[in-house]
Each structure stands twice: as C-alpha cells, then as structure tokens.
Design a protein around this ligand. Structure first.
Ligand code: UDP
Length: 314
C-alpha cells in the first residue's frame, strides 16, 4: 500500500513508519519538526520505500498518485508542549485534521486519527470506556490539547458521516519507549534521565496519582490493527495495568544499578488528572489486541537506549 503518516518524525510516528516499512508498504512521511526530530528518521534516509516531505499540516497538501491509508499523528503532545505550543496544538488538531481529511476524501484513502486519553480529561468514571464523554476543563492549561483532540474526533466523524470517508479513531493512553524526546517533560523519560545521571527523581504531588503506561511496540501494533479493522467509533489503546507515579519512580530507580538518585516531591501541576486507566474490552474483542510488554521490560529497553545515547553524546 501507499501510506501517508503525519507527524512521522515524532516518537510514535517514526516507530509506525518502521512497522509499515517492515511490512513492505511505501511510506510518505510528513513533519514540520515543531516537536518531531530529524534523528528519529536518520535510519530511514536510504530506504527507497520511504519519502519524507517537510510540511506543516496546517497548510493544505496535495500528494501525487494514489493513496491507500493516512495515519494522522501530527500534533505537539507533551507536557512541555502544553505551554510552548498552545496555538500550534489547536491549529494542528483543527485545521491540520481538516486538511488531512480533505486529502483522504479526495484520494479515497482510509484515514486514522490518533486521539488521546486526554479526551476524557480528569475522568469521573474509572476505568475509562469509549462511551464515556469525559470531564474536560475547556479553558484549563491542557485545554488546547484536550479540546484539540476532541475537535479532531468530531471532525473525523463528520467527514465519515457526511462525506463517506472511511475513518478510524484510536485513543492512546500514555505510550512510552525509545525515541521519546528527552526534553519532553513526561514522567518516564524524566525519571530515566534522572536515574541515569544521579539527579533527584522529582515526583509531583504525593505521587499517588496513577497512569497506565503502554510500551510503544504494543501501541504501534494496536494502531495498525485498528486501521485494518472495520470499525469507525473510537478504540482505546493502552495498558490496563494502573500504577502510581511513586511506584514508577521506585521501579525505574531499582532498574538502574548503583543509582544514587533520591526521590523528591514537588507541587502538582494544575489540571493534572488523578487517575488514568483504559478499559480495553473493545480493542480485545474487535482487534484481538492486548499489550504484551511488561513494564520492567519496557523500562529496561528505554534505560539501555538512553544510556547508549548519553555515552555517544558524552
Ligand atoms: N510527573 C511527575 N514527575 C515528572 C513528570 C511527571 O511526577 O518529572 C507526573 C505528572 O504530574 C503526572 C504524571 O506524572 O501526574 C504523568 O505525567 P506526564 O506528563 O508523563 O503525562 P500526562 O499527565 O499527560 O499523563
């Protein structure tokens, strides 16, 4: 197939490109490098089946020839981006999604929108099922992302219902793994960086807030399966094993031999959801998918990757 990935230089986008190329597809990747990184694509430079176009999805694009699939992943998404790229986040998820749906309609390509557990906001039901409408602060510090993703979902469903575009939506819960941006500010990468350098591991709040972390290879398998399933409603992709932030800090510290990092506590950021846990019954039933990689294995893979990178840059 001939496949477009937006946000291809990002953490998930670059892993998805690897997966689809391994399956023998041709991949055309778009990114404007607002948060994506060139080094995530360096290994694909000489791959004849990969084409890169530097492009911001906020502007319309025409791609010559037929297209079979569009995976729309573009959007700044990290905690650091919430303050740095507020307007870009809104524009990418609104105008950017719109533009890519127009392309999907024109090319009669199947379209998948990468949505997020953030659409549930500070959820009042637990675990979160896809039919829960969420509890989002529309003017909060995360609203650009939460409402951006909610708008993108609405846009995707409108193109499906009104224009007959063959669409898919996945809601991704806390993916982690190699190639996450070290400056991202997200919990796993922050803790690993601290543990490897001996700096304090900073837990925000009392550390009893929870997340459900899913290793990147599991998420990529889920995304690719969702694209090929015949289902238009959102599908949660994540690991239902819920863990406290303090527990994550301890597990990462214990995996780094001789780690001298203390665990310290800092104030909780505003609008930080207390709990996050996906109900993945839908993915299990429709896609025969569930996560396979245990946290300790995933953390170890990441620790090895970042230790190696730190050696190279030292
Ligand atoms: N967090 C933390 N220390 C850090 C980074 C994050 O305690 O150095 C906490 C953060 O307050 C939140 C959780 O870890 O409760 C997950 O944060 P992250 O930014 O990774 O993702 P999100 O909040 O979007 O799920």
């Amino acid at each position: 197939m001939r496949i477009v990935i937006t946000g291809v230089a990002g953490f998930l986008g670059s892993h998805l490109a690897d997966h689809l190329l391994e399956q023998g597809h041709d991949v055309i990747g778009l990114d404007n490098f607002v948060t994506g990184r060139r080094e995530n694509l360096a290994h694909l430079a000489s791959n004849p089946n990969f084409t890169f176009i530097e492009h911001d999805v906020i502007a319309p694009i025409n791609i010559h020839g037929d297209l079979d699939r569009i995976y729309h992943l573009a959007s700044p998404c990290s905690t650091a981006s919430y303050s740095r790229f507020q307007v870009e986040m809104l524009k990418t998820n609104s105008q950017g999604t719109w533009n890519m749906l127009e392309l999907a309609e024109k090319k009669q390509a199947r379209f998948l929108m990468a949505s997020s557990s953030e659409t549930y906001g500070d959820a009042l039901i637990h675990p979160q099922r896809e039919d829960y409408w969420g509890n989002v602060n529309p003017i909060g510090l995360r609203s650009m992302y939460d409402e951006g993703k909610r708008f993108a979902e609405a846009c995707t469903m409108a193109y499906h219902r009104a224009r007959g575009v063959d669409t898919r939506i996945v809601r991704i819960f806390s993916a982690y793994g190699p190639r996450m941006d070290i400056a991202d500010g997200r919990v796993v990468i922050n803790f690993i960086q601290a543990a490897l350098t001996g700096r304090p591991i900073t837990v925000y709040g009392d550390g009893r807030q929870t997340r459900s972390l899913c290793y990147v290879s599991d998420i990529i398998d889920g995304i690719a399966l969702a694209m090929e399933a015949d289902f238009h409603q959102p599908i949660n992709l994540g690991n239902p094993e819920e863990v406290s932030i303090l527990q994550i800090a301890r597990e990462i510290r214990d995996l780094v031999p001789g780690c001298k990092s203390e665990i310290t506590f800092q104030p909780m950021p505003p609008d930080d959801p207390r709990h996050r846990c996906p109900d993945i019954s839908r993915a299990k039933q429709l896609l025969r998918w569930s996560p396979k990689i245990a946290r300790t294995i995933g953390f170890q893979q990441m620790i090895d990757y970042y230790r190696q990178r730190m050696k190279i840059s030292a």
